[in-house]
Design a protein around this ligand. Structure first.
Ligand SMILES: [Zn+2]
Length: 255
């Protein structure tokens, strides 16, 4: 079966607009095309992290264009040496383009990590939640029925293929605020919105006492495990809208 291909330029401008990159001008990540590879794109790889392992798999799998949540360029490139130099050389040598989408892919109402987390966890979306760089990047939603924490955490672990750490402050799970990755500071929004359970990726010791005094249960489901859904959703969209071949490159960190 003949697959479509597209010029790199067209794909980049399509993604810049579809993923609403302009919504987050203050992101530390340089969102968009970070490393320019070959001129035509037939196959797109999707991954959470830009790293040596991902680049090797992408090359093996015949990927022309790699879209990641965590790119290589953050807050101004200072030098290209050591690990950073090797990573960029691997991409330039293989002709693979690297495209990063950080905060817009946490927030995005259609393809974002947090909208997707709500969907897979069967939470009815109620509103935005979790301010970061002046904009709410997460969502909160309602469970169908009130649940015990341990039951809900089991469901989270099964759905996201993860092992969460959690603190149960004996609130039944009804209104759940969700911010993927290292989003613990979003807990400050919980009181105002009446959230009883806060789910994020990375564990934070600082969140404990705040959560206790607010009476909010905490779930840390893993940074990686909460951030695979966005890139996967973008892959599905590229397959459907542009007919491109796509492949998710999985490399769980367990963190
Ligand atoms: Zn992240």
């Amino acid at each position: 079966m003949k697959r479509s291909s597209i010029s790199l330029k067209k794909l980049v401008s399509f993604l810049d607009s579809e993923l609403s990159l302009s919504e987050f001008p203050k992101d530390d990540s340089a969102n968009g095309l970070q490393v320019e590879g070959r001129e035509r794109v037939g196959k797109v790889g999707l991954a959470v992290d830009a790293c040596g392992y991902t680049f090797e798999r992408a090359k093996e799998r015949g990927v022309d264009f790699l879209l990641v949540h965590h790119g290589l360029i953050w807050g101004g490139l200072k030098s290209i040496r050591g690990v950073a130099g090797k990573r960029i050389k691997a991409l330039l040598d293989s002709g693979i383009s690297l495209y990063a989408c950080h905060l817009p892919l946490d927030w995005h109402p259609r393809y974002g990590n947090n909208a997707e987390l709500l969907r897979v966890l069967s939470l009815k979306k109620m509103g935005e939640f979790g301010e970061y760089h002046g904009k709410r990047i997460g969502y909160w939603g309602k469970t169908g029925t009130a649940m015990q924490m341990d039951v809900f955490v089991k469901f989270v672990d099964k759905t996201l293929k993860t092992r969460s750490s959690y603190v149960d402050f004996k609130k039944k799970v009804r209104n759940v605020g969700v911010v993927s990755g290292g989003g613990w500071s979003a807990i400050h929004d919980a009181e105002e919105l009446g959230i009883d359970t806060f789910l994020t990726g990375e564990p934070s010791h600082s969140a404990y006492h705040l959560a206790k005094e607010m009476g909010v249960n905490l779930i840390f489901a893993g940074h990686y495990a909460t951030e695979t859904l966005g890139v996967k959703a973008v892959g599905e969209m590229l397959k459907k809208k542009l007919g491109l071949a796509v492949e998710f490159i999985d490399h769980p960190t367990g963190l």
